[in-house]
Ligand binder design. Structure first.
Ligand SMILES: C[S@@+](CC[C@H](N)C(=O)[O-])C[C@H]1O[C@@H](n2cnc3c(N)ncnc32)[C@H](O)[C@@H]1O
Length: 261
């Protein structure tokens, strides 16, 4: 069946791609991106900081926590380094399942399926809101659920504005996982005026988005042990000493990593 890209309507994955300098976007996405950047000029810096955070949390889960299986939900369009590239550098046998519900990500998913021969990558076209379907999918069931899994939800939970729904989704994701599994989150912070403006512009363009306070982000990890330094603006979470400095005022995402005991 041909994929319906619905190019007249902005999609978050393509807006994100455009802001990161990618080519997989359409006029409606570029117009939405222009409106969002007008309301929130530091958004491209923030998105880059979020991508750098992705590389750090992935490396942390693989190298420090020893996790070898990963479920990344809301993957977005392939952007180097992709999560599997980071964790397979730690152990080439690492296995990654990517999940997104945007048809354009599905079209480009082949670029995510570049696993090492020892490991594996899989792509699942599914909706985070239908989390039971994700957990029942053969791609996820083929992971060894008796061993730890690292779940990453990066720059996606702002699109699940209902707090009770977000908690229910996270509970369903974490419940079947073995102790030692980890959850990594980044999401739009409410402590930055430009982030609040950007979320309002997404919402006005038909993509409801919610900024969260640090307390709300911390609440997303309920029942899990947050690792040091807890919930932080993403560039402040275990920063790489060699990374160029980024001002807090430019960073619109906060997040952290927690472990299931
Ligand atoms: C802002 S991008 C983040 C991409 C990547 N995780 C990162 O942090 O660089 C958000 C992604 O989440 C996906 N997404 C949004 N809502 C979703 C849902 N309900 N189910 C699955 N994916 C969703 C979008 O299609 C998009 O690719």
């Amino acid at each position: 069946m041909p994929v319906d890209l619905n190019t007249a309507v902005p999609h978050s994955a393509r807006i994100y791609d455009y802001l990161l300098g990618g080519k997989d976007n359409f006029e409606a996405d570029r117009q939405a991106a222009a409106a969002i950047v007008k309301a929130s000029p530091s958004l491209p810096i923030s998105m880059r900081a979020n991508r750098d955070y992705l590389a750090r949390i992935a490396h942390f889960m693989a190298a420090d926590l020893g996790i070898r299986q990963f479920l990344d939900i809301g993957t977005g369009l392939p952007t180097s380094p992709n999560l599997h590239e980071v964790v397979q550098r730690v152990d080439p046998a690492s296995r990654v399942v990517y999940v997104d519900n945007d048809p354009i990500v599905l079209v480009h998913a082949r670029a995510l399926l570049t696993s090492t021969p020892q490991g594996s990558t899989a792509y699942l076209d599914a909706d985070l809101l239908d989390v039971d379907k994700i957990m029942a999918a053969p791609e996820v069931q083929s992971l060894d659920l008796s061993r730890p899994i690292g779940i990453s939800l990066l720059a996606i939970l702002q699109f699940v504005p209902d707090e009770a729904r977000a908690h229910a989704i996270l509970d369903t994701l974490m419940a079947p996982l073995a102790p030692g599994s980890a959850l990594a989150i980044s999401t739009v912070t409410a402590h930055n005026e430009q982030a609040v403006q950007a979320a309002a512009t997404y919402t006005a363009r038909g993509i409801p988005a919610k900024p969260r306070t640090d307390d709300e982000v911390t609440g997303l990890f309920r029942g899990l042990d947050l690792v040091t330094p807890g919930v932080q603006l993403v560039h402040r979470w275990r920063p790489s000493p060699s990374a160029p400095a980024v001002d807090d005022e430019h960073v619109q995402m906060s997040g952290g990593v927690a472990i299931k005991r």
